[in-house]
Design a protein around this ligand. Structure first.
Ligand code: CA
Length: 225
């Protein structure tokens, strides 16, 4: 497996190189956007890990040029900013997934495996679980055709759960992914957010989709009655 890492922060690049090599990847690093795009277009890679802020050419521009050239190499992008619009933008431009820095290598590897299992091709832009539907580019959530009025954070939280439907998400992972912080000391924020999300997504409907996994976190899935 060949992985191309386009990342200008040498520490992060070295960390990715080491971790990916240990997991059987042949790793090429580019620290400049132009070089990165050139490598992405001319070498067959199984995976590209793409930083957004890069010298020469930014990650967005690399991603659009790559997809415009018909290259469907799976791309996981790294963003330093936990902004919903950044994530939406990356996915709209054809990325397969994203991670917010700083990230755990274990988490990165799990995402990479999911992407590779899914094979080349774009992330579905609509996520559906039972009658819950998330239209990612339009940032629109519906249940049974009814529009759910969600805040940006609520949408990000629901998107995370929907992307990994059926997999329990720990509170730590959710906090990192949705808020980009460790609130070891204060999971109340998360619990309040989940309660609000449930009041919109589940309370008005007979079938509940967000479930608590005691001592772990939450899972979004359709369960038999
Ligand atoms: Ca950077």
């Amino acid at each position: 497996m060949r992985a191309l890492v386009i990342e200008d922060e040498l520490k992060t690049a070295a960390y990715l190189r080491q971790g990916l090599s240990e997991n059987g990847f042949v790793v090429e690093i580019c620290t400049d956007g132009e070089d990165g795009l050139h490598q992405a277009l001319t070498v067959e890679n199984d995976l590209i890990i793409l930083d957004v802020m890069l010298p020469g050419r930014d990650g967005w521009s690399i991603l659009s040029a790559l997809r415009a050239a018909g290259k469907q190499t799976p791309v996981l992008f790294l963003t330093a900013r936990d902004l919903v619009r950044d994530k939406v933008k990356g996915l709209e431009l054809g990325a397969d997934d994203y991670l917010v820095k700083p990230f755990d290598f274990a988490e990165l590897l799990a995402r990479v495996r999911t992407i590779l299992r899914r094979g080349p091709g774009r992330q579905p832009e609509v996520l559906q679980v039972a009658d819950l539907r998330l239209d990612l580019p339009r940032h629109k959530a519906t249940r049974g055709g009814m529009r759910l009025d969600l805040t940006a954070k609520e949408f990000a939280l629901l998107e995370l759960l929907a992307r990994r439907r059926g997999e329990a998400q720990s509170r730590t992972i959710i906090a990192e992914q949705v808020w980009d912080v460790n609130f070891d000391s204060d999971f109340n924020v998360l619990e309040v957010a989940i309660r609000r999300l449930r009041s919109k997504v589940d309370d008005p409907f007979a079938k509940k989709l967000i479930h608590t996994i005691r001592g772990v976190g939450y899972v979004l899935e359709e369960r038999p009655e």
